[in-house]
Design a protein around this ligand. Structure first.
Ligand SMILES: Cc1cc2nc3c(=O)[nH]c(=O)nc-3n(C[C@H](O)[C@H](O)[C@H](O)COP(=O)(O)O)c2cc1C
Length: 190
């Protein structure tokens, strides 16, 4: 869903610094989608790229909705927009690689979110290695996981994709890329 994660300052109810304090949205009723979108902006989050293979080559998407759900068996999940072309490609291939992005990969995060010129289907110019399942792992990431789709669970406008982790490791990145209040953030460097 292009635009859904965009930083649209005009639609903002207020940055954390501008807000008066404790409050409820939507008069305490179950929050509507605009409210949830704005609330989600304030969940400071790590950023990852989920990538798979399709008939053109590779396809990737930026996600912040991901987590490790089980250590034993090793399993993670990522929530991918129901209309996303990447979701269709993941479901077709049955596997994906998830690279947790480092602070050197902001532009790539924008590219895979459709905010900057698209990544070419061969990932030319992007340092990557192939997982044993054949998916691109981004070399400058912090950590990476290669997964076989274990289950897909549609939930509203996103689908929760569970992946059994078949292979995992570290990239050359040292600090995480974070997303908060509609922009990328970095840990303070001393
Ligand atoms: C920081 C950031 C986090 C995002 N997190 C998610 C996410 O968790 N799930 C999702 O489906 N889209 C997320 N998006 C939006 C997708 O990257 C974007 O909609 C993308 O264009 C979908 O591409 P596709 O249709 O080729 O799959 C995020 C975007 C940004 C910039």
């Amino acid at each position: 869903m292009p635009g859904q994660y965009r930083s649209d300052k005009s639609a903002e109810l207020g940055s954390p610094a501008d807000r008066p304090g404790f409050s409820a949205v939507d008069e305490g009723a179950p929050p509507g989608p605009d409210s949830v979108r704005l609330l989600r902006r304030d969940i400071g989050a790590a950023v990852a790229a989920v990538a798979t293979t399709d008939e053109r080559g590779f396809r990737g998407v930026t996600v912040s909705a991901f987590c490790i759900v089980s250590l034993n068996p090793a399993r993670l999940l990522a929530c991918v927009g129901a209309a996303s072309e990447s979701l269709a490609a993941i479901q077709l291939s049955g596997h994906f690689a998830l690279s947790v992005l480092s602070d050197r990969q902001e532009f790539l995060a924008d590219q895979l979110a459709g905010r900057a010129p698209a990544v070419n289907p061969r990932f030319n110019g992007i340092k990557h290695q192939l997982s044993k399942l054949g998916d691109p792992i981004l070399e400058e990431c912090l950590v990476w996981f290669s997964c076989a789709v274990q289950a897909s669970n549609p939930q509203g406008d996103h689908t929760v994709v569970y992946g059994d982790i078949r292979e995992a490791g570290y990239g050359s990145g040292r600090e995480p890329l974070l997303y908060f209040d509609g922009s990328y953030r970095y840990f303070q460097v001393d």
